[in-house]
Design a protein around this ligand. Structure first.
Ligand code: NAP
Length: 330
């Protein structure tokens, strides 16, 4: 896969990246997640993660996305990169701080993660992430920065992020919920010495939830790197989704997939890649089969008729996030 730059950050990435939310812990919200994990034993899950990383690397992917709250995802990724003596020049890893994993390796847990965007959490978690990823870690993102967390009004945290940036790390934020656009507009006003603090933003954007598109395009214009997450709507834009209310959208997707001799997941990812302001779309695959199916997106050229048809599949942002909030941890 051709290397490309993440906005104006100077970081080398590939247009498809791998997100490890489903690979680093026994429980996650994606449809059918539990079916993919052969065993919940930590060593077995590391072995599965390493197999998926091997297939991902072979497919040419060179951007990997983790987080402190993804259980042992950083450790699985770090141990895989070190074991293969991969040069840090040849790969870019992004991770996230602000959520602490609390599920104690259980699928069912009262709290899977605790959110706290404070200076002590940032200072603790950057040490933990560097401990697991070392020089591979190049992009550090606030995890799901939302207006209610108040993180963009926390001067002590912003100053610490500016200090980490001066030390050579690229700084980003990930967004979530119906107010992604507002949050990004606010982030685009934060400067240090006349320079934007944030080098990149990670946001949910797909054919069901395109509401943040306009502000993401403006952020890209301003030089930020754009990373898209949940491009498959947590599995709802895959063959797994047999919900009756999805039939109409599914028929349109399948029609386009048949024409391009591929799967509806690859069409959904190609639709994201067709947006001129996207640098990286994340695959959230937890199996080799799904990685190989997802990366077919890189060779799909959707024509105007395809794009017009897919533009018409959007849900209201409210409806999208309500449906997402009901997805069970499995
Ligand atoms: N707030 C944040 O910062 C945030 C939030 C969410 C996600 N993310 C990042 O974005 C990445 C991707 O997002 P995501 O995993 O949440 O959601 P996603 O990419 O929208 O959905 C991935 C789901 O689709 C399934 N899938 C993929 N290809 C398939 C196929 N061909 N057939 C059937 N099922 C298929 C995967 O199943 P398998 O698991 O079976 O492969 C997985 O369950 C995450 O790993 C994470 O790095 C960040």
């Amino acid at each position: 896969m051709q290397p490309t730059e993440l906005g104006k950050s100077g970081l080398s990435v590939t247009r498809i990246g791998l997100g490890l939310a489903a690979l680093g812990r026994p429980g996650y919200i994606n449809l059918g997640h539990s079916n993919d994990l052969q065993s919940l034993d930590q060593d077995a899950m590391q072995a599965q993660a390493h197999k998926v990383l091997g297939a991902t690397w072979k497919a040419g992917i060179r951007y990997f996305d983790a987080a402190r709250s993804y259980g042992l995802a950083e450790r699985f990724l770090g141990s895989w990169l070190k074991a293969r003596d991969i040069s840090s020049d040849g790969v870019t890893v992004g991770s996230k701080w602000g959520y602490t994993y609390t599920a104690d390796w259980q699928v069912e847990a009262e709290n899977h993660e605790i959110k706290e965007h404070s200076l002590p959490v940032l200072q603790r978690q950057i040490k933990e992430s560097l401990g697991e990823l070392g020089e591979y870690l190049k992009l550090y993102q606030i995890h799901s920065a939302t207006l209610d967390s108040g993180v963009l009004d926390n001067q002590a945290v912003l100053d610490e992020l500016a200090r980490l940036k001066a030390d050579g790390l690229s700084i980003g934020l990930s967004l979530s919920g119906t107010k992604q656009a507002e949050m990004l507009e606010k982030a685009l006003t934060i400067e240090y010495d006349g320079q934007l603090l944030f080098d990149g933003v990670q946001a949910t954007w797909n054919m069901l939830e395109p509401s943040a598109g306009e502000v993401l395009a403006a952020a890209h214009q301003a030089g930020l790197g754009i990373i898209i997450k949940e491009a498959l709507a947590n599995g709802r834009l895959t063959p797994r989704n047999d919900q009756p209310q999805f039939t109409e959208q599914r028929d349109i997707l399948e029609g386009i997939a048949v024409k391009h001799e591929t799967g509806i997941d690859a069409v959904a990812l190609a639709y994201v890649l067709a947006q001129g302001w996207v640098d990286v779309v994340l695959s959230g695959a937890a199996t080799i089969e799904h990685v190989l199916s997802n990366v077919q997106a890189i060779d799909i050229q959707l024509d105007e008729a395809n794009l017009d048809a897919l533009d018409g599949l959007a849900e209201s942002s409210q409806e999208y996030w309500e449906t997402r909030s009901k997805l069970a941890w499995n």
